[in-house]
Design a protein around this ligand. Structure first.
Ligand SMILES: NC(=O)c1ccc[n+]([C@@H]2O[C@H](COP(=O)([O-])OP(=O)(O)OC[C@H]3O[C@@H](n4cnc5c(N)ncnc54)[C@H](O)[C@@H]3O)[C@@H](O)[C@H]2O)c1
Length: 280
């Protein structure tokens, strides 16, 4: 028996990276996957990969920041398959210009903030609003959001992204609390650094090396690492897991920021003693 046998799942931002890996994994575990993405061609390619491997998939071109399109994503899924068991809100604004604009607090741009909030948070929250009445009718469902470890603290260079993900965490917990008794679970995954196209767009080799040094793991993340957590949260194995913020970050956020610095200093050679210190 597959872990998602006969479940109908919708994944946003599934044309690439974490969403694509999750779509392939869900399908391999027996789910029908509605593969949605801002770019129809990448969504279609992933759906084709799934059907080539004997799975069931439907591609849709959906802009998560367009609320009418978000509503149609849910309506079309219901029209086609009659239910939604898993809603995985994974898409985020990956526009490079917007991410660059968020880098300097003194150039904080409210319009870019609005765009990021719309795509990263509101699209997913509205997808929940439209899907939940049907999940209630069918007796339950699992909702997953891709948040970020960047939501857990302040930042010095990304003044839109982390704020949207922190807001997302609030909605994850609010939805979990509001509908948990009726069998709807809502959880977030907080990935560490996973060199997907979105991340490679803004990071440099030096940054990747720095990320590697703060992950308490032999390597950085891979999309499949996050997909495995999504699979668990989507499946009935996690039936008592609700409202959690699951860190899948290779141990990046399990230590205090100064731990690695102290470690380096502790193993550095001691400075030479002066003659006066040696005599005393
Ligand atoms: N890669 C990381 O290190 C990392 C870390 C923490 C969180 N995340 C989160 O993981 C999620 C997936 O990102 P990824 O790293 O796999 O990136 P990715 O670029 O590989 O995939 C993102 C996908 O989202 C799509 N997308 C962009 N804007 C969209 C929109 N408005 N509507 C619908 N789809 C849209 C893109 O076309 C792309 O296919 C994002 O929510 C991101 O914030 C990633």
């Amino acid at each position: 028996m597959h872990r998602l046998q006969d479940k109908i799942s919708v994944i946003t931002g599934a044309g690439s990276g974490i969403g694509r890996a999750s779509a392939l994994r869900f399908a391999a575990e027996g789910a029908t996957v509605v593969v949605t993405d801002l770019f129809g061609d990448t969504a279609a390619r992933v759906a084709q990969e799934i059907t080539d491997q004997g799975g069931r998939a439907l591609a849709m071109q959906i802009d998560n920041g367009d609320f009418e399109q978000v509503r149609s994503m849910i309506d079309l899924t219901l029209a086609q398959f009659g239910r939604i068991d898993v809603l995985f809100n994974n898409a985020a604004n990956t526009n490079r210009e917007d991410s660059l604009k968020g880098r300097n607090f003194l150039e904080f741009d409210p319009e870019t903030f609005d765009t990021c909030m719309r795509m990263n948070v509101l699209g997913g929250v509205l997808a929940c609003k439209h899907a939940i009445p049907h999940m209630l009718e069918q007796g339950g469902g699992s909702i997953i959001f891709t948040s970020s470890t960047g939501s857990l603290g302040g930042d010095t260079h990304s003044f839109n992204y982390g704020a949207t993900k922190a807001t997302m965490n609030w909605y994850v917990q609010a939805i979990a609390a509001t509908f948990g008794k009726q069998g709807i679970r809502c959880n977030a995954i907080l990935p560490g650094a996973v060199p997907t196209p979105a991340m490679l767009e803004w990071s440099t080799p030096a940054m990747l090396e720095a990320f590697r040094s703060v992950h308490n793991s032999p390597r950085l993340g891979e999309p499949e690492d996050i997909a495995m957590m999504a699979l668990y949260l989507a499946s009935d194995e996690s039936r008592f897991v609700n409202g959690t913020l699951m860190r899948v970050d290779g141990g990046m956020s399990c230590m205090t920021p100064f731990a690695s610095l102290v470690q380096q200093l502790a193993t550095a050679p001691k400075p030479m003693q002066t003659a006066a210190q040696s005599a005393s």
